[in-house]
Design a protein around this ligand. Structure first.
Ligand code: HEC
Ligand code: HEC
Length: 172
C-alpha cells in the first residue's frame, strides 16, 4: 500500500462522526450509545475473555470490538487488545497467532501472544501496557503460513479502529 491512500483513509476515519458505532440497543442502558460516559456497565460483564484456537464464540468481525468491550460498553470482558485477521483475499483467517512485541518484525521480547479464533477474531482481557507503552504487532498465519508485522508500534490495542476495509490486518 502506498502512503497516499493511507493518508486519505486516515483523513476519512478522522472525519467520520460516531456514526460507525454499533447499535445502541445491546446494553442495559437502552438509548445510550456504548462509549458514552453515562453508559452504565453491568459489573458482571467484567470477566476474563480471551480468544483461543478452535473456538467461535466471538462476533462482529471487522468492527471495533472496544466500542462495546470497554468500561462504558455492553461487551463481555474489557478487551486490552482485539481485532480481526484476514487472508490476503479478505476472508477471515482462522487459527493463527497475534504477538505483541517490544521490537518490529518478530524481534524483541514477546509481551503477549493471542490465539486467533475460528472467526478470524483475536481478543484478550489480559493486562497490557497500552497506552503508556507502545508495542509492535506481529501476525503468524496458522501452520507453516507466512507472517506480517506492523513496522511501527501502536499505543492502542483496538486494532480494528485503523484496520478496516482495505486496511484490514492480512497475512498469507
Ligand atoms: C456493538 C457492540 C459490540 C461490538 C462492536 C463487539 N461486541 Fe462482543 N459482545 C457484545 C455483547 C453485548 C456481548 C454479550 C455480553 C453478555 O454476556 O451479556 C458480547 C460478547 C462477546 C463475547 C463472549 C461470547 C460468549 O458468550 O462467550 C466475545 C468472545 C466477543 N463479544 C468478542 C467480540 C470481538 C472479538 C469483537 C470485535 C471483532 C466484538 N466482540 C465486538 C457487544 C459487542
Ligand atoms: C492507530 C492505528 C493503528 C492501530 C491501532 C493498529 N494498527 Fe496495525 N497498522 C496501521 C498502519 C497505518 C499500518 C501500515 C499499513 C501499510 O502500510 O500497509 C499498519 C500495519 C499493520 C500490519 C502489517 C500490514 C497489514 O495490514 O497486515 C499488521 C500485521 C498490523 N498492522 C497489525 C495490527 C494489530 C494486530 C493491531 C492491534 C494490536 C494493530 N495493527 C493496531 C495502523 C494501526
Amino acid at each position: 500500500m502506498t502512503l497516499q491512500p493511507l493518508n486519505l483513509f486516515l483523513a476519512a476515519v478522522l472525519a467520520l462522526p460516531l456514526a460507525a458505532c454499533g447499535p445502541a440497543d445491546e446494553g442495559p442502558d437502552e438509548g445510550i450509545a456504548p462509549g458514552d460516559p453515562s453508559f452504565v456497565r453491568d459489573p458482571a460483564l467484567d470477566v476474563e475473555n480471551v480468544s483461543a484456537h478452535g473456538e467461535a464464540r466471538s462476533h462482529n468481525m471487522g468492527q471495533n470490538c472496544m466500542n462495546c468491550h470497554q468500561a462504558h460498553g455492553p461487551g463481555r470482558g474489557r478487551f486490552t487488545a482485539a481485532g480481526t485477521a484476514h487472508s490476503p483475499t479478505g476472508e477471515p483467517l482462522a487459527g493463527g497467532t497475534v504477538e505483541l512485541r517490544t521490537a518490529p518484525n518478530g524481534q524483541g521480547d514477546l509481551v503477549l501472544a493471542i490465539q486467533i479464533d475460528d472467526n478470524g477474531n483475536f481478543f484478550t482481557t489480559e493486562s497490557l501496557p497500552f497506552p503508556d507503552e507502545s508495542l509492535f504487532p506481529f501476525v503468524r498465519a496458522p501452520g507453516a503460513g507466512g507472517t506480517s508485522f506492523m513496522p511501527f508500534p501502536t499505543l492502542s490495542g483496538a486494532c480494528n479502529v485503523c484496520h478496516v476495509g482495505a486496511q484490514r490486518v492480512a497475512v498469507e
